[in-house]
Design a protein around this ligand. Structure first.
Ligand SMILES: [Zn+2]
Length: 424
């Protein structure tokens, strides 16, 4: 399997200059061929393929006006073209917007697809030689590629993609349902206990500092050296905000993944939510980032991340009897079920429902794969209605197609542990 390690690197002055040239060439190639593809599309109705662009680039380098394109290794520029093709593919499959022109004032990056290695604690890159790096852990495996990036605050990072033969360990642990919210970031129900984690609000925390720095920036004359300095200062505050958020979410996801074998969460439409008036809070909470971290960390360690369809009414269902309360709105934090008179905390109830729904999905999947033996099947029948709370249209692709036998067992075990009283 492939693994990535992102480390900070410290190039010397000479290497910085060399990197700056490579960033520039790579950016130029992207912008040049994005423009060329657009023009060609307007003229002929056909866009350029990677092969056509690469051929064209070889010819372009021979012209005296474009000699400077010979400076970086050819592979770096070809990688830029490959990225452009991927960007177009993503656009045509409606995953992203139309590829944009790159600016020299935002984050810069290049990828070295070959000839990278680690020597005595430093990173060896083509044309640059040994670059000082702070490696947080050892890379034991063949390096596939290295992506070097420079942030707008002048920090350099290298993302090392490498092959590792370390097989994903079969995790043992609990199954938890997690409900995401703005009042408490996550509400976790692991089958026995329920706990909440409060969100940190980095944007709110640094709002004042950001406002002061922005104010200072607005007073600077356009195009002046001081203005450029002020832009860097603003970028630093933004970096601080983003780092604080990432650090918190990494630690939270690490804890959740360590505790659980299976995590069930709602498949939120983060993009859609970010268009509502809660946008700032939602962005600050970093829902999408948290789900992403949980997903890849579980994946790496042989766990399973189950996403429940966003139309599953996790909040409105009573986790005791399955009665659907349609009168619920966002302001109600606690409610009493009209059917069974159980008192519910809104978030806790949702996480219970999500967990039950996740188990139902896993059982359906493992049944479909024939992993459940007859005894297991009987248990599912015994749980009957409680497990099958509501038949929602859960797309298989959202929760992955395969369920490993160990997870199927874990589902069965956790079902066994739960007495009918806790379920009903
Ligand atoms: Zn009820």
């Amino acid at each position: 399997m492939l693994d990535v390690l992102k480390v900070r690197i410290y190039p010397n002055k000479e290497q910085e200059l060399s990197l700056a040239k490579s960033f520039g060439c790579s950016r130029f190639v992207w912008n040049f061929y994005l423009n060329k593809t657009n023009t060609q599309y307007q003229d002929t109705g056909k866009r350029m393929t990677y092969c056509q662009m690469a051929k064209d680039l070889t010819q372009l380098k021979k012209l005296t006006d474009y000699e400077w394109l010979l400076f970086p290794t050819a592979a770096v520029l070809q990688q830029s073209l490959k990225n452009l093709e991927t960007a177009f593919k993503n656009f045509f499959s409606k995953r992203t917007g139309f590829p944009k022109f790159k600016s020299k004032h935002s984050k810069q990056s290049i990828r070295f697809p070959e000839s990278c290695s680690i020597k005595s604690g430093s990173l060896k890159l083509p044309k640059l030689g040994l670059v000082k790096a702070s490696l947080s852990k050892s890379v034991n495996g063949k390096i596939k590629s290295v992506t070097v990036s420079k942030t707008s605050t002048d920090k350099y990072f290298a993302a090392i993609l490498f092959e590792t033969d370390k097989l994903a360990t079969t995790k043992q642990g609990k199954i938890s349902g997690i409900d995401l919210g703005l009042n408490s970031l996550v509400t976790v129900f692991d089958g026995e206990t329920c706990y909440k984690v409060d969100p940190i609000k980095p944007t709110r925390k640094y709002a004042k500092r950001l406002r002061i720095r922005h104010k200072a920036l607005s007073r600077k004359v356009k195009g002046s050296k001081n203005r450029r300095k002020a832009i860097k200062v603003v970028a630093k505050v933004n970096e601080k905000i983003s780092n604080t958020r990432q650090d918190f979410l990494h630690k939270l996801s690490r804890k959740l993944v360590d505790d659980n074998q299976v995590i069930v969460a709602e498949n939120l439409c983060v993009k859609g939510l970010a268009r509502t008036k809660l946008a700032k809070s939602i962005h600050d909470a970093g829902f999408g980032m948290l789900l992403n971290f949980i997903s890849y960390k579980l994946d790496r360690e042989g766990g399973k991340f189950v996403q429940v369809d966003r139309f599953f009414p996790s909040t409105k269902l009573c986790s005791c009897c399955g009665h659907k309360n349609d009168l619920l709105n966002l302001s109600i934090r606690e409610w009493i079920c009209l059917n069974c008179q159980a008192t519910h905390d809104r978030d806790e109830n949702a996480s219970r429902n999500l967990r039950a729904e996740g188990i139902r999905i896993l059982l359906t999947l493992s049944e479909a794969e024939g992993l459940t033996n007859t005894a297991g099947h009987a248990e599912i029948q015994a749980c009957g209605e409680t497990v099958r709370l509501v038949s929602t249209c859960t797309k298989k692709r959202q929760c992955g197609l395969g369920v490993s036998p160990s997870i199927a067992t874990a589902v069965r075990v956790s079902e066994k542990q739960e007495s009918p009283a806790t379920l009903r």
